[in-house]
Design a protein around this ligand. Structure first.
Ligand SMILES: Nc1ncnc2c1ncn2[C@@H]1O[C@H](COP(=O)(O)OP(=O)(O)OP(=O)(O)O)[C@@H](O)[C@H]1O
Ligand SMILES: [Mg+2]
Length: 315
């Protein structure tokens, strides 16, 4: 599939998945890949532990939108918190003077206790507002981790149960409309090719699609070990060099066997995922660096673009 068409197919992509599987890395990678197809991108962080901006060579971002440079060219970035979304919402609705004081005095906590899901709804409401205002061609959301992501996506339905009329009700209806329209919004789930994360991914995908009614884009499988030729311990020939001792050869054979085994486990999980979840997969390689920076995200964006090119039709 042409990457340009892929990134034009939804205006909001929400990147979700279990803690630590690479959601932030995937969100930064999607942003860079989409920017390369000429789209303007707004990368939104929703209170994650790690920030995407440093992966793109920038400082962690605050509530205000900032244009990135270098690898992040064409991308602007901001971090949305419910408190700031509330202050802005109150200001826009005629409560400018009291808004800041109300937020500071902890009123949000009182409201949040009375209306479960309201914090998530405030953030989703802000995302909806940015989408409606066409703040960028594509909005990429680095969603909260693990169980919270489902709560986040379920929040409009939950709030609808408690607030049956009024402004909050309207916010929830509008957020639902955004989430349930695949041309406006899709979720891309991220996992690593290991048993438990893959199980969780499969469970979450059914919950997202069937319970919440949001369309899913391709699944991102992150941290795939690259193939290395010549690892088969049976075929190892001792090098002629005398500088390698027998014990070093044994260690290298053990390392090679370990790597082969890990690759085989990953392949088995990828096959299981394909068999159990009828969604296309985009695979990103494991890179061997302590922290991902702009060079690595560029590399992951190359893999993502080739992954999208090999997707069939209009998925
Ligand atoms: N493909 C990769 N190759 C190498 N390192 C990676 C890769 N993907 C992610 N990482 C590293 O793994 C760690 C976790 O990644 P990341 O922060 O993207 O996960 P996350 O799912 O957003 O985590 P959290 O749930 O805490 O928000 C980071 O240190 C990141 O640099
Ligand atoms: Mg993260």
């Amino acid at each position: 599939m042409d990457p340009g068409s892929f990134f034009a197919s939804s205006r909001v992509l929400i990147v979700a998945g279990k803690g630590g599987v690479g959601k932030t890395a995937a969100a930064a990678t999607i942003a860079v890949a989409a920017a390369r197809t000429g789209r303007s991108v707004l990368l939104i962080e929703v209170s994650g532990r790690t920030s995407a901006a440093p992966m793109l060579g920038a400082e962690p971002q605050g509530y205000e939108q900032t244009d990135l440079v270098g690898t992040g060219a064409g991308i602007s970035c901001r971090s949305l918190t419910p408190d700031q979304a509330l202050v802005e919402w109150l200001s826009d609705h005629g409560f400018k003077r009291v808004a800041k004081r109300m937020a500071k005095s902890g009123v949000l906590e009182v409201v949040a206790t009375a209306t479960p899901g309201i914090k998530d709804l405030l953030v989703l409401g802000k995302i909806k507002q940015l989408e409606t205002a066409r703040a960028a061609d594509l909005i990429v959301v680095d969603a909260p981790a693990a169980g919270h992501a489902l709560g986040f996506l379920r929040s409009p339905a939950g709030v609808l149960d408690t607030a049956r009329t009024g402004t909050i009700h309207r916010q929830a209806v509008e957020a639902m409309a955004l989430l349930s329209d695949p041309e406006r919004c899709r979720v891309m789930l991220v996992s690593i090719p290991e048993e438990t994360p893959i199980n969780e991914l499969i469970e979450t995908s059914f919950a997202v699609e069937d319970e919440v009614g949001i369309s899913l884009g391709p699944v991102i499988v992150n941290a795939i070990l690259p193939e290395i030729d010549g690892l088969d311990p049976e075929k190892v020939r001792r090098p002629h060099s005398r500088s390698i001792t027998d014990s070093e050869v044994r260690d290298m054979c053990a390392a090679a066997a370990f790597r082969l085994e890990r690759s085989a486990l990953q392949k088995a999980q990828l096959l299981r995922l394909a068999a159990q979840l009828p969604l296309p997969q985009i695979r990103l390689p494991q890179l061997f660096v302590p922290h991902l920076g702009p060079d690595q995200i560029e590399q992951l964006a190359d893999s993502m673009l080739s992954g999208i090119e090999s997707l069939e039709g209009d998925s």
